[in-house]
Design a protein around this ligand. Sequence first.
Ligand code: ADP
Ligand code: MG
Length: 683
Amino acid sequence: MTNKSNYEFLLSDLSKLKGVGQKTTSLLKKKKIENIFDLLWKLPKSYTDRSRSTKIKDLKIGENQTITIVPNKYSFPRIRNLPNKVFCLDDTGGIDCIFFNSYEGYVRKILPLGKEITVSGKIGFFKNKYQLTNPKYISEDSSLIKQIHNTYSLTEGISEKIYSKIIKQIIESLPLLDEWHSKDILDKFGNIKWNEAIVELHKPENIESHKKNFYQRLAFDEIFSTFLVNSEIRKKIRKKKKKSKFFDKSKQNKIIKKLEFSLTNDQKKTLEEINKDLSSTNKMFRLLQGDVGSGKTIVSLLAAYNTVNSGFQVAVMAPTEILARQHFNLAKNLFSKRINIELISGKSEYKAKKEILRKINSNEIDIIFGTHAIFQKKVYFKNLGLIIIDEQHKFGVNQRKRLSDKGGNNCDVLLMTATPIPRTLTMTLYGDMDLSIIKEKPKSRKPIKTYSKLESKIDDVIKFIKKEIELGNQIFWVCPLIEESKKLDHSSAVKKFEYLDKLFPNQVSLLHGKTDLDDKEIILDKFLKREFQILVSTTIIEVGIDFPNANVIIIENANKFGLSQLHQLRGRVGRGDKDSTCILMFKSNLSENAKKRINILKESNDGFYISEEDMKIRGFGDILGFKQSGIKNFKLADPVQNSDLFILAEKEIRRIEMNNEDISKFKPLIKLYDRADIINDIA
Ligand code: ADP
Ligand code: MG
């Protein structure tokens, strides 16, 4: 039996600790450190990122690095919004430390002139100088840093000393926890216990010990707890019984015959997997994953068709109205008039909308298309059998689970994403679902020719565009965020629009984050109808609309994007049968690293391959903005370095599932790693 009080010590709040008063508690709370475990679990980042000290001349731009420097000169501008700056030196060069939203006094205190300080953070380069923005790990005593690499992140107001003292106190009173892993697993980590491992983690001499048992075990625990929760959700959903769907496959095949193309093998295979789920008495909770342009839409619509033919209703949700309309039109053209298909739009008049809602409720509509937003409101289905959600990569585990609950007793769920991600990430992010993957693209598809160009050579690009327009082709021109601020994003797109509008009068339109939703739809619609030739926009065109006539995409300031995102953007073109081109524009000559990245993109059109490579170069937290998606980052485990642990964890989960093992022994693990909300919901 698990002794509850054992692990509850770790979950107790910080006021239990000696020397931790209200002030410290509230400072820590700001950093989301609420209990003792959070404190213990705070440190590890310093291992991977900040282990080695570098000289300024050897700094690598874009990477997290640690340097020991001497502050040499302050600059505290009196103009609001300009950052405070400290120019610092070592014996090989200089670097600017930049502080946004900071007080002069604070900067003076942490970077005193003439003293040797060790700082760490992501290295940037601006106006021919290295820079470090808001350096996070700062210590006055560089000898301390060199020995004690586990400098805890600088929570303003809490000194290193206090921090270390608190940790020491916790470690001394750590209770022994009952083991949750099987013997086979423990053997792989030299039988080290969790307690021992966490103590090792906080030992200074253990810096750079990724290969040691303690590190591997803790990383494994972290991965395993995520997978276990996923597995529980999957099990729980699968256990739910529903009415199986009976449909006549010859009807489906008639539709397939009507298509202008034949399905790829992967399309056929995934359709079969979905059909099997529809026919079963267990609820479907499936992800259809496939690269941009791999043809997921038709697969999902055929599933919708089969569902209707078995007497159920279907809801299809897309992230934008125009995409919903595109799917709607496709279904209208493809399916017989017998099937009632409607589009519910934000723009529909109140009366019309009400009528649609009534028809949904009385089963007079078979397939309803709309945006996610519309379905968040109250829509009551008479007999919902399938929810299809397109391009959903922004959903987290919790949101998905709620969705499956919401659909009702007989409702299957099919999610689609055009975000190819590495395998280790798929297990992490989508382990709660069954997976269908389309790897193969339609044979007719030609690779998109990809070039890079300096911005100073824009005239060449303009010449190229002129020719394309003469051939009747359309062009996307993407202006990314220049700075993190939305304002600038908007103004750069406006400027580009003005510039292009002079060169191509009446042939250019503009879309940006501030364009109002209705206008946006109208503009995209006009583009689709070829009423103008060049669409200047920020990245809002990223999501799955099919513009068969657009075959050129220009992406400015392309180093602002990750490879996967560039691939995604590039996927807006190359859908028709014409040759298509992607031009990546850069402000200055590319560094070796950037060249390496861009070459991957030039060489390959395979989103899965690109995402693997992207992750190797950038680490997984950054790819495709998973950070913003609310999906938790791993602290110790690294999907690139520890892919063996991910695979081991998956194997162990499958074993536990197969044997139907009791998982209550894992409760402490799950609680510690803060997955309790989900697991409680399951229990
Ligand atoms: P995505 O997987 O990105 O959602 P879509 O479903 O929008 O891709 O398909 C992209 C384009 O490819 C569409 O114009 C579609 O009609 C076409 N398409 C789909 N399947 C095939 C196929 N097997 N052969 C040729 N073209 C196809
Ligand atoms: Mg799509």
